[in-house]
Write a protein that binds this ligand. Structure first.
Ligand SMILES: Cc1cc2nc3c(=O)[nH]c(=O)nc-3n(C[C@H](O)[C@H](O)[C@H](O)COP(=O)(O)O)c2cc1C
Length: 390
């Protein structure tokens, strides 16, 4: 396979558009794995405490970590966040992560598949996921910018959407909302008018459930309600607290000596809603919620579930582990499961999903955000009913 994004090969004088995308994706992978790219603002887990139950009525070994998500059962409430595909190095990373998803019964997303539509030679870097994980819940991926006509690019049509889903025999399709990244990226696409209508049109014709997914700036309750009305079936809140794509793009801009974009990226590194706050807000909307952005342990996951998440998504730590080898990824997932099991046990409930109704205490910044956005009212069933009927 050609390897335009191999990082290390000769850079041709003039790259085709597909090669440019591939090169950018390879840069993302390298910078996200090795660079200083995490937000300075925390995801908020330190401001969320699950109240200890000194007398649990369950054996720790009997705690059930399985969850239901969009009609399927996962062994753990964990999805390997969509990260890569579309360049040479991505093939091995996706293959390895998919093997782990299959072994541990967890879900997995792929990175944006736009590159493979441009260059069919890149299809294997995505389809390897389904080959290596025949039973896993696999999530296809496309950016919102590809659904809206841009200055130099038409919106994708039904045929291409079908190709994307078929490429990984996807169980769901994630549309990533990444306007922060597009705003900072030197080649970013920021035409956004009509985006919600495009999502509505997509959910009507897509053959699999559509998930709306932020990539680090978070989703509020109001946006989630609009997405739900547009037919979206789950929301990945992708909040502040983990990988910052503004920081990743700032590093890329620095390498291109684009000082304006570099300083824009650094300025907006922490822009957005912290993940814990986003989960608390979106959890009341009545759709399954994926908590992504700075989830770094099974205990973080327990807190996300206590705030209303159905699953958590993990990106950068699993990418870094994957680059060290499969045993590292397996160890990460197994440590995560043990921590989550311990938290469920000590909260005095039987199932991970029961965390949604255990007592928890909110402090600090998370409480301030939640109070000021009016999310405190969310957990009364009356408010939930009102929101659901809107
Ligand atoms: C190298 C890399 C590439 C990514 N590419 C995509 C992408 O193509 N589509 C997408 O929806 N999210 C993408 N993401 C975002 C992740 O899915 C996730 O939302 C983000 O990394 C936050 O999670 P974390 O803090 O655990 O890393 C990417 C993340 C990384 C690290």
């Amino acid at each position: 396979m050609r390897d335009p994004g191999g990082l290390g090969g000769e850079v041709p004088q003039r790259l085709s558009e597909a090669e440019e995308i591939a090169r950018r994706k390879a840069e993302h992978l390298k910078l996200a794995a090795e660079g200083d790219v995490e937000t300075r603002t925390a995801a908020g887990w330190d401001d969320v405490q699950i109240v200890h139950d000194a007398l649990p009525d369950v054996d720790a070994a009997d705690v059930d970590l399985r969850v239901r998500f969009l009609g399927r059962t996962l062994e753990l409430p964990l999805v390997i966040s969509g990260m890569t595909g579309g360049h040479g190095r991505a093939l091995a990373v996706n293959e390895l992560l998919a093997r782990v998803a299959e072994k541990r019964g967890i879900a997995m997303g792929v990175g944006s598949q736009r590159a493979a539509l441009r260059d069919p030679m890149l299809v294997p870097t995505y389809s390897v996921v389904r080959q290596s994980a025949p039973h896993a819940f696999v999530i296809a991926n496309l950016g919102i910018s590809q659904l809206v006509k841009q200055d130099r690019e038409e919106a994708l049509g039904a045929r291409e959407i079908g190709q994307i889903i078929a490429m990984v025999k996807a169980d769901a399709l994630a549309i990533h909302l990444n306007y922060l990244e597009e705003s900072v990226q030197p080649e970013g696409q920021t035409r956004a008018r009509g985006a919600l209508a495009a999502i509505r049109a997509l959910t009507r014709r897509a053959t699999v459930p559509v998930i709306a997914k932020e990539t680090g700036a978070g989703i509020t309750r109001d946006v989630a309600l609009r997405l739900r009305r547009a037919g979206v079936r789950a929301i990945d809140v992708g909040g502040v607290g983990g990988t910052s794509f503004a920081a990743v793009e700032a590093l890329r801009a620095a390498a291109q000596s684009d000082s304006a974009r570099m300083s824009l990226g650094n300025r907006f590194r922490d822009w957005g809603v912290p993940t814990a706050v986003a989960v608390a807000g979106v959890g009341a909307v009545g759709l399954p919620v994926i908590a992504t952005g700075g989830v770094r342990s099974g205990l973080d996951a327990a807190k996300a579930l206590a705030l209303g998440a159905t699953l958590v998504g993990v990106g950068r730590p699993l990418l870094q582990a994957a680059l060290r080898g499969e045993s590292e990824v397996l160890r990460w997932v197994d440590d995560f499961a043990l921590e989550l099991r311990t938290a469920v046990f000590l909260a005095g409930v039987h199932r991970a999903a029961d965390l949604a109704r255990v007592p928890r205490v909110l402090t600090g910044e998370v409480k301030l955000w939640i109070d000021q956005l009016g999310y405190t009212r969310a957990r009364t069933s009356r408010t939930t009913r009102t929101i659901r009927s809107r």
